[in-house]
Ligand binder design. Structure first.
Ligand code: ADP
Ligand code: MG
Length: 856
């Protein structure tokens, strides 16, 4: 063994260090120190009260995995570090009069809560326990600490059951409680060792260094425990990261008063409110708070009892927030009035809290605007405002085998409800008082006859059809969760039941559907309500708006959706007249009029009144927000599916082209002008037609539109939505005749790839393709180089023609990469789904902040 006073050897520059004191580590090096170790290093450097210790790095874990055993000279090295620890604490490891006890703690580079082991109070045997009893004058304390160590070591290192030691020690501890001198530590040790021998055929070594070697080996072993491996597989964590081991001088929350142990968050992780949140257990040690055997008090109560102590703790929490520039989760212990911090990490929080915290950190100037916007994820922004399943409940349902399969996720939303197999019963059940409300309409397919049932239901599930089926299109227009094309679903309408693979369900049974992933679950899943917005969240969003200066239109179809979208901060609404007709059941009438037009009937002219009636309330609800109306598009597959008619174009081939029947365009513009008058709408209105390809086509569209809008108050801007590469490349020329142009990202990308655009809506074939490496980027979420070039050239056209605004329609959940690329390319107008308005504001704001370093 080396000389007691030899300093730790400086680590070789080439070789990652095997052992480092808290003082010597670099907290940035989380991969080497593990998260727990890095935190202790950082707090030590900041001068916070951390019990001294050292870290055996992940390098040793990897070495052990490679070689199958601990490096031969490691124990010598540890002995050297233990001497340092003895010097720092003035105590002796493995001997009296003041024995040094340590904890041996696991700590991987990524958090794996509860997966690995920690042993407390290591360094005790009969003699040192006796010494500790003498030193503290508290034999019961020493005995309790000793027994806890024997139990933990027995369980974790020797593989004994936890009860063996507890059962043997319980009567002796009970005796000690009444008569502190009645039981010797030797007797206690003998009883525990005998119980261990009987339970697992082994006992705890008396030698403290043997103990530490055993404990380190066991912590490393726990990296490869079955549950740890399963956890890593599930979370996609690499198996070769390894864990570090922290060896740290013990402090005692169960010694004297005021003492105790606690866990606290620097802010409320549920609401984000800036108050300490957590629990303190007087007289407790280590995991007693979590074990739940004793009842801890809330931090606020504890603070009332020990104001000075908790004022100090409050100060430490603030300091840690400054260091981490984040809300933190702190483990601490108080020993006879002295505070020690044992662990810190960024706190897990709800989406609601994340936004509140980002806003508060901004006001408190702990974060810059850019960092505050970056500190929330788009998923968190998305979650605020939209209810969704509890993530833990989803994981549980999957592990319990309640995932029934999946279809095509056609319209996002996570809902549970009782099944109705028929639209009338769906409507009745939704209104019914018994368990009122949440209904999932399950049909083979839907048609316009199902509309009332679809409106009544929370979610829609069909066995047939694809992403542009009637069910899918209407669900998206109505903003309801929808899964289609679930081919394992068989419905027996007569017996009022349905089957998913082998499982039968009766009408009225509860199921849950996820309209984004297409997953189906048996039974209801608990839903986290989408929290309402708060002044803090609004303030954060306002910062994003100020930086990004974008127009954000929400795609909506009803007055209720308009109200919601405007409340979410949309500056405009985008309405597809086709959706309005579909959801009001009037699409058929419109088509009939279009077809009759050929015979010279005046049905089209009369149609203007009908359309105006539908549009006026929508315009009124929009107030002064921009209002974009997209003409009915009969040329797409959607229309044919909606109407279940294939002979539409056979009867009137001109309907296949945007301006094929000019009278149809006229009537829609006239209706819009009428509705604007009637609603007294005061904002800026635009009428847009899809699939425009040619400058002269646009010129004609503008001519028709300005003739039809008449001379009233309505100044209707005319524009086009471009879905083709041809149109996009001619944007500059087309733009000369347009007030506004929109690019439909999804269709354009699909067309550019030569894919049907329905392919972009489903997970499967493309996911599989990506897994097989047959596509280098996912066209649904990534603008690769060629697509970026296409969009850039359109953005260039916008710059060359400031008279014409060019915007982008982004469908579904926004992709961060796409939003960033488009914003950087120069686009400032976007149409997004109504649930994505806030997400878009944050995504654009943070891109703007990133582009301007002055904000960082
Ligand atoms: P986990 O990773 O499961 O949280 P820890 O290593 O943090 O395990 O330790 C478990 C418990 O023991 C925690 O409450 C921690 O605060 C406490 N603990 C660990 N080391 C010490 C120590 N040196 N002194 C006092 N308590 C400790
Ligand atoms: Mg911990």
């Amino acid at each position: 063994m080396p000389a007691a006073d030899a300093p730790p050897v400086a680590p070789d520059q080439q070789q990652p260090a095997r052992v480092l004191t808290f003082e010597a580590g670099d907290h940035h090096n989380v991969d080497l120190l593990g998260g727990k170790g890095a935190g202790l290093v950082r707090m030590t450097a900041a001068g916070l009260p951390v019990p001294p210790g050292f870290i055996i790095t992940t390098e040793v874990c990897r070495e052990r995995q490679r070689e199958g055993r601990l490096p031969s000279d490691l124990l010598d090295e540890i002995a050297r570090y233990m001497r340092v620890l003895e010097g720092r604490t003035g105590r002796g490891f493995g001997h009296g009069p003041a024995p040094l006890l340590v904890s041996v703690r696991s700590g991987a580079p990524v958090s794996m809560p509860g997966m690995m082991e920690t042993i407390l109070n290591l360094g005790l045997n009969a003699q040192t326990a006796e010494a500790l009893a003498r030193e503290t004058g508290d034999p019961l304390f020493s005995a309790t600490v000793f027994v806890r160590f024997m139990r933990m070591y027995g369980e974790i290192v020797l593989g004994a059951t936890g009860e063996a030691v507890d059962r043997a020690a319980a009567p002796l501890l009970a005796t000690l409680r009444d008569r502190p001198d009645a039981v010797s530590m030797r007797a206690l040790s003998d009883a525990c060792q005998a119980a261990l021998r009987e339970d697992c055929g082994d006992e705890v070594p008396a030698d403290a260094f043997e103990q530490v070697a055993g404990a380190i080996g066991a912590v490393f072993d726990s990296w490869n425990s079955r549950r740890a491996i399963t956890y890593r597989n599930f979370h996609g964590i690499a198996h070769d990261l390894g864990t570090a081991v922290v060896v740290q001088a013990m402090v005692f929350g169960n010694l004297g008063t005021p003492s105790g142990t606690g866990v606290a968050f620097s802010r409320d992780p549920l609401s984000g409110e800036p108050t300490l949140f957590g629990e303190f257990l007087e007289g407790g040690q280590g995991e007693d708070v979590v074990a739940g055997t004793l009842t801890p008090q809330k931090i606020a109560q504890a603070a009332a009892r020990f104001p000075e102590l908790f004022a100090e703790f409050e100060g430490v929490a603030r300091r840690l927030e400054e260091l981490y520039r984040d809300v933190v989760d702190i483990e601490f212990t108080v020993e006879r009035g002295k505070l020690f911090i044992l662990q810190v990490r960024s706190a897990k929080r709800t989406a609601q809290a994340a936004l509140r915290i980002a806003a508060d950190f901004l006001t408190e100037m702990r974060l810059s605007e850019a960092d505050a916007l970056r500190s929330v994820t788009l998923a968190q922004v998305r979650q605020v405002g939209r209810p969704g399943f509890e993530p833990a409940a989803v994981a549980r349902a999957k592990s319990e085998g309640r995932l029934l399969g999946s279809g095509i996720g056609a319209s996002p939303g996570q809902v549970s409800g009782r099944v109705a197999l028929d639209p009338d019963r769906a409507e009745a059940a939704a209104k019914g008082s018994n368990g009122a409300g949440s209904i999932i309409l399950v049909r083979p397919t839907t048609s316009p006859h199902d509309l009332h049932g679809m409106i009544a239901a929370r979610g829609i599930l069909t066995s047939l059809g694809g992403a542009t089926s009637h069910a899918a299109v209407v669900a998206r227009a109505l903003n309801k969760a929808c899964v289609v094309g679930c081919d394992r679903l068989t419905i027996d309408a007569e017996k009022r039941r349905f089957r998913l693979d082998q499982t039968w369900f009766d009408e009225g049974d509860e199921i849950s559907i996820d309209g984004a992933t297409g997953e189906l679950f048996a039974g209801a899943l608990p839903v986290v309500p989408g929290g309402a917005s708060t002044p803090q969240i609004e303030a954060l969003l306002a910062v994003a708006d100020r930086l990004a200066r974008c127009r954000i239109f929400a795609r909506v179809a009803t007055t209720a959706q308009i109200a919601t979208a405007l409340a979410c901060g949309a500056t405009g609404v985008a309405i597809r007249l086709g959706d309005v007709l579909t959801t009001s059941g009037k699409l058929g009438e419109f088509i009939d009029a279009a077809l009759a037009q050929r015979e010279g009937s005046s049905a089209v002219v009369q149609m203007a009144q009908t359309l105006a009636d539908l549009l006026a309330p929508l315009l009124a609800a929009s107030g002064h927000a921009d209002f974009a109306l997209r003409a009915v598009d009969l040329a797409t597959g959607e229309a044919t599916e909606l109407l279940r008619t294939v002979d539409l174009f056979a009867r009137e081939p001109r309907l296949a082209l945007p301006l094929g029947v000019p009278e149809l365009i006229e009537v829609q513009v006239r209706a819009m002008a009428l509705a604007i008058e009637r609603a007294g709408y005061g904002g800026s209105a635009q009428f847009i037609v899809r699939h425009i390809n040619d400058p002269s086509e646009m010129r004609e569209l503008r001519r028709i539109a300005s003739a039809a809008s008449g001379s009233g108050r309505a100044a209707i801007a005319a524009g086009a939505t471009m879905t083709s590469v041809h149109g996009a490349l001619l944007a500059s020329e087309i733009g000369r005749h347009a007030d506004v142009l929109w690019l439909e990202a999804r269709s354009l990308i699909a067309n550019a790839h030569g894919y049907p655009s329905t392919l972009m809506l489903t997970a499967d074939p493309l996911d599989d393709y990506l897994r097989r490496g047959l596509l280098s980027a996912d066209p649904r979420t990534t603008l690769d180089e060629s697509m970026t070039r296409l969009f850039l050239s359109v953005a260039g056209a916008a710059v060359s023609n400031p008279e014409c605004r060019i915007g982008i329609r982004l469908s579904g959940q926004l992709s961060e990469q796409m939003v960033a690329t488009l914003f950087r390319s120069g686009f400032r107008s976007f149409i997004v789904d109504p649930d994505e308005v806030r997400v878009a504001r944050v995504a654009l704001g943070r891109e703007a902040a990133a582009m301007n370093p002055a904000n960082g």
